[in-house]
Structures are given as C-alpha cells and as structure tokens.
Write a protein that binds this ligand. Structure first.
Ligand SMILES: Nc1ncnc2c1ncn2[C@@H]1O[C@H](COP(=O)(O)OP(=O)(O)OP(=O)(O)O)[C@@H](O)[C@H]1O
Length: 681
C-alpha cells in the first residue's frame, strides 16, 4: 500500500449522489457524483457485475491496480464497493473528460504539436512509473487519457492491465490478446512469444498518431482488417507530405515507438528523454488551449451521444442497403467470425473501400513513414515485403487474403478474446480466481488500500443494497452498452462546419475517414450472435481454423497466384514429393480448389447458355449430363480434398499448441533447475 490516507471516502452508496452520465465504456457507465459527507465532486464508475460475468477477473485486476498506484499521472481509485449487483469505483473527477471526447467535440483533425507533446509527456511519465512497478497498461489510447479542469493529465482504465510479476494463470494471460485492435502491438496479436511492457510503447506511438490526426491508424476498418494490416503492413507513421505541420522530432519519436520488433523500441524511460518532449508545456497551457470555452463534461457527453444515436439510425439504413455487399466482402475476404458476425457485417456495410482517400498511415510505409533509421528501414521493409506490395495494390483490397492468412496468428479468435466478447474467458474457468469472483454476490470489491477505506464492504452492501439497487435502476439504462474507443465516428460530423458548444465553430476534416471502427459507441450485440448465420449455410463448404472460419469462397477472385503447378504435366504437383511443409502446401491446395470451383462454374454457365440459345436440347442434353456427372465427381473430390485440408489444418494447430505447451514446460523446468542450482550453491 503506497498511498497515505488523507481523506476517508465512504463506502456506502447512500453517501453519494449520482449526477449526470459522463462516460460509457465496454463494461461500465461513469457518473459525476457528489460525495456528500466530504462535499466533494467525484466520478463513479458503475459496473454491472451480472453483465460482466466473462470479465470479472479484469475488474478485480482494475480495482486492485487502481488501489496500488500512486502517481500524479495515473487515475487512482478513492475507494470502491459493491452494492447489489454493481461495483462502484469512486475516482477523482476529471472535468475535461478524455482526450478522445475533446477531439471528437472540437478537434476532429487532432491537436497541435505542443498540446500533443504536453499530453504525451504526462502519459509517458505514467508509463515509466507503471513499467518500473512491473505493470503493463495494455490499453493506452486517447480514450483513456483524462484531463482535469486545470489541465492535469491522468492515464486511466486498468481493466486489462497486467503485472509482470504475476505467476501461473496471470503469466499466461500475457500470452493472450488484450487491448483494442488499432492500438495493439503486433507481438500481442501474434501470441507467439508473449509480450512485455514494450507493447505499451507501441500503443503509445499509435496514440501519438491518434492525437495528431483525430483518429488512430486503420480506425475505419473492422477489427479483423486492423489485425491483418498491423501484422502485414509497414508500421504506420507520420507522413512527410500530409503531416508537414509536425516537426521532425515528433515524426522520429513516433517512428521509434512503432517498430515491429519490440526489442528495438525504446523503454518508456528512454523515450521520455526524447527531444520531442522538450516541446511539452505546462498543465495551465493545456487548460487554456484545449479546454477554454468548453461546455461541462456531462453536456458534451450528452451532445456526443445524441449525435451517435442519430448516426446509428443513418448507418442502419446504409447497412440495410449494403447488406448484400457486406456479406460478400466479408465472407469472401475475411470470412466470418463465429462470435460477432452481426457486428462485422454492419461494420462491413459501412466501408467505402474504393472511394476513400487513403490516410497517410494506410499507405505504404516506404512512401510515407519518416524517421526510420536505415537499419530499421531495411529490417522493417524486409519483414513487410508482402505488406508493402499489398499496400501498393491499395490498402482496401479485401480480397488478397491468401498471403494474409499465411502470416496470420494461428489462433486469432482465441487471441482476440480479451478485446472482444468471445465466449471463452482469458482464464481457465476452473481457476481459483475465477471461482472466487463468480461468487461475487458474497465477495466485496473493496479496495484494501490505505487511500481507500478499510471497511467491511459486505456490511454496507447488506445495509444498503435495497436503496442502491433502486438507485442503479434509475441510473443505468438497461438496453444499451457501447464499445470503447472513439465516441463518435468521424462521419458523425456533417461535411459542413459543426457548431460546437460554447458557440465555437470547428473546422471539419477534409479527408476524414468516414467511419471509425476502432470502437465507436456502437450498440453491443455480441453474445447473441454466436449462432450460425445464414451465410454459413449459403457459402458452401466451411473450413475451420480453430474457431476461425474460412470459407472456400474467400480466395481471390483474381485467380490463383501461388499454385504449385507441375511444369511438365500442367497438373498440380504432389506436395509430399516436394517435401514441403503443410503450411506451405495449404495455400496451394486452396488455390487449386478455388481454380476448380471457378472453372466448374464457368462450364455450368456455358452449358446453360448453349442449351438456351441453341434450342437443340436433344443434342446437348447428353453432353450436359456427362459434364454434370464430371462436376458431381469433382465435387466429391473437392469435398475430400477439403476434408483433408481441414485435417491438416487441425493437426498443424494441434502441433503448434503442443509445441507451445512443451516450450512453457521447458521454461518452467529450466527455472526450477536454476533455482535448485542456486540453492545448492
Ligand atoms: N474519473 C473520470 N472523470 C471523468 N471522466 C471519466 C472518468 N473515468 C472515466 N471517464 C469517462 O468515461 C469513459 C469510460 O470509462 P472507462 O474507460 O473507465 O470505462 P471502461 O468500460 O473501462 O472503458 P473501455 O471501453 O476503455 O474499456 C472514459 O472514456 C472517460 O471519457
């Protein structure tokens, strides 16, 4: 416990008066409130524990971390307690709201450089502290940078933070995939070797771009696309041309953070010494520059929510128009997620892939990214050669999935469970942690820190549950929950000028991306969508990659590009004779299948055409029947091949998992051996 207790905050809901809503996240609603006995305005984050079944451990983690931290740039908890089925986390009220709120309300094109430098320096100080204390924040983004009325900056939201000193289950969680896709480091997505605090440095770099442009790179794309682009493309960065208004040192700082190899990223401590932060100014400067003339946080939040609701109605109409297109795009290109297909479909419907002006960060890094050292250039570019070429084709090519899949994480869905609502939890359902949490009815979530009250929460809960639950019923709208991230997608602003609060006119972005999928306030509809979708049936054979479905129709309609063809016979070579690894063979087999399918369809079309136009049914019927027989035959062969493919894919997956298990075992054994050896010495 590092805090010294200055004030005792009551852990009784009766002692708080909830005012207006000031924020909504994935799991919580945040209110401005009055702490009656202390006559102090606070913020209270209210989490409905019944709705957070799958992430109770995250909540416990958040509360725990918030209780331990003691740094001026980190948002700590004043106290917390359960009441009825809710957990209340009482925090200092940050009257300016999040940087994301501020940008969406008044700076849709991002902040000026001195503002960014000031904000980022404070965030970086928070990271230095967290990393030095063994914590990885794992969700650094503008939405989690809060500003007080005096310009003080605090990093918030420890819902997915992790401690580097954890053992067992928690260690394992660092091999899982948490955070928000746009801000997520490639090594977190890949799940290959785990990750460490350098993942925060990547997110920090992405946050820098977010603050500079008003949105994170790739934010207009759905999560899966973000994943592919982050893994394959050259890292995003500031562009010489587009970002002329920013200094060289800013560009270099961003480039230093956004290196794919985490080892090559600077530590937070080292980064803090970067020239760029010399431009940072005072809190007062922030308050004067970006907060002056603003309406109250509650009012701004209300306006943004109204706009968001209007946008949702608009998008719904758009979605219905484009449903056809979206299904095709997604089933073919990226395939379906078996847990939130509906979300992806609606997201896909909103993409104007071919009429968007690409953002600098969406373009080939070799054209636009600056500040790369020659050595970084070469290694990044080498590792991203596929990416570069695919980007040259255009960042919006949803069809080029063959190469994408080759470098795709083996367990992308499993990997994503930390940031999306996937049925399974991060942790073993049998883990003691989880069991404990599941009995939350009897488990108080009281922060046992010195800053927090050291009182018995369950006593309070018993005394006040009736009152508090009625309070909560009034306070929390049951029907809606939003995703985290940008409050208002970029197109929430009309193409004309928007008059903001306080009679300010705000210029609108010229080429603002139309939609922001990095987590706008979309209504949640995830868990309900696990059931098989109609597309599953309509799109023919489905090959499963773990929990990741890939349909045979996903391959590029442009025709195969990497089939292994026997130059002599013209037929496909038996991969076994080439001594190829299954992973090398699979794409080729898929190619061949795709080719067969296209050819078959072509033949059927031709036959039909001939039959119709000639009118000589008798002459052609026989041919047609023969061909159809062949087609039927090739169909069964195709099925057989698909079945084999499936088996191969499954065994690769199993082998990789086994390998990882063995690696972990080895590491543990090594540790034990070392410990034994040390003891003996
Ligand atoms: N102490 C505070 N003062 C003012 N506003 C706050 C405070 N805490 C949170 N907010 C606002 O509420 C929003 C949601 O809060 P928070 O991020 O903690 O919820 P969450 O469910 O954990 O969100 P996330 O979607 O990031 O997981 C924040 O983005 C911020 O705008």
């Amino acid at each position: 416990m590092e805090h010294t207790l200055e004030k005792r905050y009551p852990v009784n809901p009766k002692d708080y008066k909830l005012y207006e809503e000031i924020g909504e996240g994935v799991s919580a609603t945040v209110y401005r409130a009055l702490c009656i006995p202390l006559n102090e305005i606070v913020a209270i984050k209210v989490l409905d524990l019944e709705k957070c079944n799958s992430d109770l451990d995250g909540i416990r983690r958040e509360v725990h971390t918030m209780s331990l931290i003691d740094h001026p740039n980190l948002l700590w908890a004043l106290c917390s307690f359960t009441t009825g089925h809710s957990l209340w986390i009482v925090m200092p009220y940050m009257a300016g709201g999040s940087c994301l709120h501020i940008m969406k309300s008044a700076y849709p094109e991002g902040f000026e450089e001195p503002v960014i430098a000031t904000l980022l320096r404070e965030v970086l100080k928070a990271l230095v502290y967290l990393h030095a204390h063994g914590h990885i924040h794992r969700d650094v983004k503008a939405g989690n940078i809060l500003i007080d009325s005096d310009g003080a900056v605090k990093l918030a939201d420890f819902g997915v933070s992790a401690s580097m000193f954890d053992a067992g289950d928690r260690q394992r969680s660092r091999n899982t995939f948490v955070g928000t896709p746009c801000w997520m480091a490639p090594e977190v997505m890949q799940q290959l070797h785990g990750y460490d605090f350098k993942a925060d440095i990547w997110s920090f770099g992405i946050t820098a771009l977010e603050l500079a442009h008003g949105h994170a790179p790739f934010s207009k794309y759905p999560p899966m696309k973000v994943l592919l682009m982050t893994l394959q493309n050259a890292p995003p960065g500031l562009d010489y041309e587009r970002d002329k208004r920013f200094s060289k040192s800013f560009k270099e700082m961003v480039a230093a953070c956004l290196v794919k190899d985490p080892k090559k990223r600077p530590t937070s401590e080292k980064l803090l010494k970067h020239q760029f932060f010399k431009n940072a100014r005072s809190y007062d400067y922030l308050a004067r520059t970006i907060l002056e003339g603003f309406a109250s946080l509650g009012e701004r939040f209300r306006v943004l929510k109204t706009k968001e609701a209007d946008l949702l109605v608009e998008n719904k109409a758009l979605y219905e128009d484009k449903e056809q297109l979206s299904q095709k795009e997604y089933i073919r290109g990226i395939s379906a997620w078996n847990f939130n297909l509906e979300d992806l479909k609606s997201q896909a419907a909103l993409i104007h892939d071919y009429d968007d002006v690409p953002n600098a960060e969406d373009r080939d890094g070799s054209n636009g990214v600056v500040g790369l050292s020659p050595e970084r250039m070469s290694s990044e570019m080498a590792s991203n050669s596929i990416a570069s070429s695919s980007q040259e084709d255009g960042p919006n090519d949803l069809h080029d999935l063959k190469s994408s899949l080759a470098s795709f994480p083996i367990k992308p869905l499993q990997a994503l469970k930390g940031c999306f609502d996937i049925g399974e939890d991060d942790e073993d359902v049998n883990s003691p942690n989880r069991k404990g949490v599941n009995q939350s009815g009897s488990e108080p979530f009281v922060i046992k820190s010195s800053r927090a009250m050291d009182q018995d929460a369950s006593r309070n809960e018993g005394e006040n549950s009736g009152q508090s639950s009625s309070l909560l019923h009034q306070a929390i709208p049951e029907h809606k929950k939003f995703l985290s991230g940008p409050l208002i997608p970029d197109n929430a602003f009309s193409p004309k000028k928007v008059t903001g609060n306080g009679d300010r006119d705000f210029p609108q972005p010229k080429f603002q991306s139309e939609h922001n999928y990095s987590g706008p306030l979309l209504y949640r509809q995830r868990r309900e969508t696990n059931s098989p979708s109609p597309e599953d049936a309509s799109e023919g054979a489905v090959v499963r990659r773990g929990r990741f479905k890939v349909t045979s129709a996903e391959l590029s309609p442009k025709g195969p590009t990497n089939c292994i063809l026997n130059p002599v016979t013209g037929g496909s070579t038996n991969p076994a004779s080439l001594n190829l690894s299954p992973s090398a063979v699979l794409p080729s087999l898929q190619c061949i299948l795709q080719q067969n399918t296209i050819q078959r369809e072509e033949i059927v079309r031709l036959i039909k055409h001939l039959e119709q136009t000639s009118g000589k049914l008798g002459d052609f019927t026989e041919v047609g029947i023969n061909d159809f027989l062949q087609i039927a035959h090739s169909s069964s062969r195709e099925k057989e091949l698909q079945f084999r493919l499936l088996q191969l894919q499954q065994s690769i997956g199993n082998l990789v998992e086994e390998l990882q298990r063995q690696k972990m075992k080895n590491a543990q054994l090594e540790k034990q051996l070392n410990a034994l050896a040390n003891n003996k010495e």
